[in-house]
Ligand binder design. Structure first.
Ligand code: HEM
Ligand code: HEM
Length: 481
């Protein structure tokens, strides 16, 4: 059995090794200084293919494959094997392009570092397919493979960003600080939006198991981020207006974060309420939600919208980042106060019960249309956070000077960035749905056609998505939302 498996794995492994061995041979010379001529040559087709191939592999193939792995689909291994072969092909193209030249930088360094997760994941995957040490080492290998696998979208995002930076020659010299601020913070907003979308679509039972409301987690992240910002935004010398603004932004985050943590703590529930809940069948205890993180997002948005910039286009784009953030905050407040489910804590014993859990949109469960409205509305905060992140990442001086030089105005540019945000959010929602759907099928099937299952843990149960889907099926005739 394992011999057959070994034979099946031999092809992708051999291809991968061959490609990687071929890579140094194809290497082009690296530049520490560039002359005008080299920097302005047209980009050759090999580099264009490199860019599109790697975007497809790291932006789509690996994330879809990751979801298939989490759902134990039989397509996981073939898809990821293709991904490895294509990305290693992309490595060769990256090294062997002609045409325009670029300064050596983070993209090349990171590409070498990425060999570690690539070969580690490949090795772990092959080991898992061998089915040895089932009772001892294998469960740990599944965990390691799972953690590393879920880091792939983040690694891909980073390397694609470095690719754009290499392509445009951004972030050198004095521009580095601004790049770091915009790319870290912008990526942070996008990540916040994605986590919110996951919680909205499939994470309800995770939240209930954690026995903390989403705002408790939000407030902790905001507070810790605030502490970092407070001490990292001034680098000696005189305090500029920007230094002061950025530092006080850190202060407001940790100050507000503290209030959020206090208000979202569950032990605020009074003894009286607990006793009442214990004796009443009509009262459900719910996790404490608070509007404080949303308020902080609104205040942060207001600060952005008033952030004067050197270029007019830059001031306009920053203003739009601000308005989008403020809208994200306002919609979140509406969601927390009027739309959201009451998250009731789940007992430890309910770990594997995700598909049958009782939905907690307490007032709405009897009303399918109200449930649909609430579902639709709840996409607003995560989408707007994603959009503000994309806009913020696209608002560095270097980028906007380039856009201005191309004769584009802020309206076109902002619409372009919103389009990118729609695409990113579409991808995220699709991945979540593929996972929910496949997990549902896997749990109802007899097991043939899916790869092996491991035991569920407190934080990872195979089918957390289905309660939302099942809920929809229970209430709606036809397509779910
Ligand atoms: C050819 C290479 C690969 C092979 C042979 C492979 C094999 C496997 C196998 C057998 C499982 C099921 C483990 C079990 O439950 O017993 C699995 C799960 C998984 N794989 Fe892969 N895999 C490969 C590449 C990848 C890559 C590149 C990623 C990342 C994008 C990835 C992400 C995952 C994830 C997230 C899981 C679920 C783990 C969990 O739920 O904890 N795999 N893989
Ligand atoms: C995400 C997966 C990617 C990987 C693993 C990757 C890997 C590589 C590698 C190994 C090189 C050769 C580096 C060197 O010569 O030292 C390279 C070059 C390059 N890549 Fe990528 N790349 C990826 C995505 C992208 C994207 C999305 C873009 C652009 C939008 C891009 C733009 C470039 C450029 C401009 C070069 C030429 C740099 C030079 O000549 O020094 N790459 N890439």
């Amino acid at each position: 059995m394992s011999r057959l498996r070994l034979q099946r794995m031999a092809l992708p492994v051999a291809t991968a090794l061959l490609l990687s061995l071929a890579t140094p041979g194809a290497a082009h010379k690296h530049h520490s200084i560039l002359d005008e001529d080299e920097a302005n040559k047209p980009v050759d087709s090999i580099l264009w293919i490199h860019i599109f191939l790697q975007i497809i592999v790291w932006g789509f193939l690996f994330p879809i494959g990751m979801v298939l792995g989490m759902a134990r689909s039989k397509w996981h291994v073939p898809l990821q094997s293709c991904g490895f072969v294509f990305t290693l092909g992309g490595y060769i193209l990256g090294h062997s392009h002609g045409g325009r030249s670029f300064l050596a930088g983070a993209h090349g360094v990171m590409a070498n570092i990425l060999f570690a997760p690539i070969f580690l994941q490949l090795g772990l995957g092959i080991y898992l397919k061998l089915h040895i040490h089932e009772e001892t080492i294998r469960p740990w290998a599944v965990r390691a493979h799972g953690v590393l696998g879920k880091a792939y979208p983040i690694l891909g995002w980073l390397q694609m960003l470095f690719g754009v930076i290499a392509f445009r020659g951004y972030c050198r010299g004095g521009a580095l600080g601004q790049c770091l601020a915009h790319y870290i913070m912008g990526s942070g907003f996008i990540a916040y939006g994605i986590i919110m979308a996951i919680m909205l679509l499939v994470g309800e039972n995770w939240i209930r198991r954690s026995k903390r409301s989403p705002e408790w987690w939000d407030s902790w992240v905001i507070m810790l981020w605030g502490i970092v910002n407070t001490f990292t935004e001034h680098h000696g010398g005189d305090w500029s207006v920007k230094d002061m603004q950025h530092t006080v932004m850190g202060v407001i985050w940790w100050a507000g974060g503290i209030l959020g943590i206090i208000l979202a703590r569950n032990n605020q529930v009074s003894i009286l309420a607990i006793t009442y809940a214990a004796f009443s069948t009509h009262v459900t205890m719910s996790l404490k939600r608070t509007v404080v993180p949303a308020l902080i997002v609104i205040i942060t948005g207001w600060a952005f919208s008033n952030h004067a910039q050197a270029l007019m286009i830059s001031t306009n784009v920053h203003a739009m980042v601000g308005y989008t953030l403020m809208m994200a905050g306002v919609t979140r407040i509406i969601e927390v106060c009027f739309i959201a489910p009451k998250y009731t804590p789940l007992p430890e014993t309910a770990v594997a019960d995700d598909n049958r859990s009782e939905h907690t949109l307490t007032d709405n469960t009897s009303n399918a249309s109200a449930w649909q409205t609430s579902k639709a509305f709840r996409h607003l905060p995560p989408f707007l956070l994603t959009a503000s992140g994309v806009l913020f990442m696209s608002a560095t001086d270097e980028e906007l000077r380039f856009v201005d030089g191309e004769g584009m105005d802020h309206v076109t540019y902002i619409l372009l960035m919103f389009s990118i945000a729609f695409l990113i959010y579409s991808l995220v929602v699709s991945l979540i749905r593929i996972w929910a759907r496949l997990s549902e099928n896997a749990s109802s099937s007899t097991g043939d056609g899916s790869i092996e299952l491991s035991t569920a843990s407190k934080w990872y149960a195979p089918v957390p998505g289905t309660d939302a889907e099942a809920e929809a099926a229970r209430h709606v005739i036809g397509e779910d939302d």
